[in-house]
Write a protein that binds this ligand. Structure first.
Ligand SMILES: C[S@@+](CC[C@H](N)C(=O)[O-])C[C@H]1O[C@@H](n2cnc3c(N)ncnc32)[C@H](O)[C@@H]1O
Length: 296
């Protein structure tokens, strides 16, 4: 039975999100387990969904997958997915209003408007305001301080698309097949069995102590969390689930760093070329290796 459709992916990630995997899709596609194509695998799980580039690709391409479970520890992000899933029309109305107010403003007035919305968002955590901030802030970053206050400065775009109604409607349709859950990646355990494919895209293990960008939430994903994740992968391997995990390759900077060879010993570790964009050092922006680790 062929379950691959040649439909174009029309629903795209609705937020700019650090570490988006669009550029790695061909490498991921060529490594998908056979069961995805034959329909043996019927469940797709993404424990670190972020912008969801891989989820949107999979959900629109493989009709044999019947259940999708998406997790992220970022509450604002999960609320955003659920608002789009459950009431996209109200969200579109709110975004239209924000866009209508923002676009005609002069540069200095736009700045004032941005910081007013940022203050409001930090007390009401309104989803439309999160999308507005994401489209108008510096580099589309999401960064919070220790008190969970969103603190990214304003960006400088000519006419940012704040309300992409067509995409949001397409996204909403796709999300009807998904459950989006806020929490730590280990929460996905109870949904994983031998008919599951799990794609892990955790915050990168920093290439160096100074070049790190891992502040997606107030709880950083530190070395202990990377080790916990490796243990979790070994655990789901014993359940005969299939997984693919991407991460940064520490050997880009230190050829003697064997973290992944040590912690993912019994799995296949491939290195593929990727370009990094979120990094303040120019040396962190070129082509570097990224790791793809698979258990099949
Ligand atoms: C690299 S991003 C994912 C990028 C995404 N796959 C994409 O294509 O845009 C990592 C995500 O993991 C989330 N995260 C961090 N710690 C987590 C944890 N302990 N459990 C689950 N998600 C976590 C972050 O909020 C962030 O959205």
């Amino acid at each position: 039975m062929s379950v691959v459709t040649e439909k174009k992916c029309i629903a795209r990630p609705f937020l700019k999100w650090a570490g988006g995997k669009s550029q790695l899709l061909p490498e991921i596609e060529s490594r998908l387990p056979q069961g995805i194509k034959t329909g043996e695998i019927d469940t797709y799980i993404e424990p670190f969904v972020g912008g969801g580039a891989v989820f949107f690709y999979m959900a629109q391409r493989y009709e044999g997958i019947k259940s999708f479970y998406l997790f992220d520890v970022n509450n604002d992000l999960v609320n955003c997915y659920n608002a789009i899933k459950n009431d996209v029309e109200s969200l579109i109305d709110e975004l239209r209003e924000l866009e209508g107010k923002f676009h005609p403003l002069t540069k200095p007035k736009r700045k004032d408007f941005y910081y007013r919305i940022r203050d409001e968002f930090n007390s009401d955590r309104c989803t439309a305001k999160l999308i507005f901030l994401n489209k108008t802030c510096y580099n589309g970053l999401y960064r919070v301080n220790k008190k969970d206050g969103f603190n990214v400065p304003s960006g400088d775009y000519k006419k940012p698309k704040i309300c992409d109604a067509e995409n949001l409607e397409n996204v909403s349709q796709i999300l009807q097949k998904a459950e989006i859950i806020c929490g730590d990646f280990e929460k996905s355990d109870k949904y994983i069995d031998d008919k599951t494919f799990v794609y892990f895209d955790p915050p990168y293990r920093p290439l160096s102590a100074t070049a790190s960008f891992t502040s997606y939430s107030k709880d950083d994903f530190n070395e202990a969390a990377q080790i916990r994740l490796a243990r979790f992968c070994r655990h789901i391997n014993t359940k005969n689930a299939k997984f693919l995990l991407s991460n940064s390759d520490p050997k880009n900077e230190d050829p003697n760093d064997h973290f992944f060879e040590d912690h993912y010993k019994s799995f296949v570790i491939d290195r593929v070329k990727a370009s990094r964009v979120i990094n303040c050092k120019a040396s962190g922006r070129g082509q570097i290796n990224e790791l793809l680790i698979i258990n099949y």
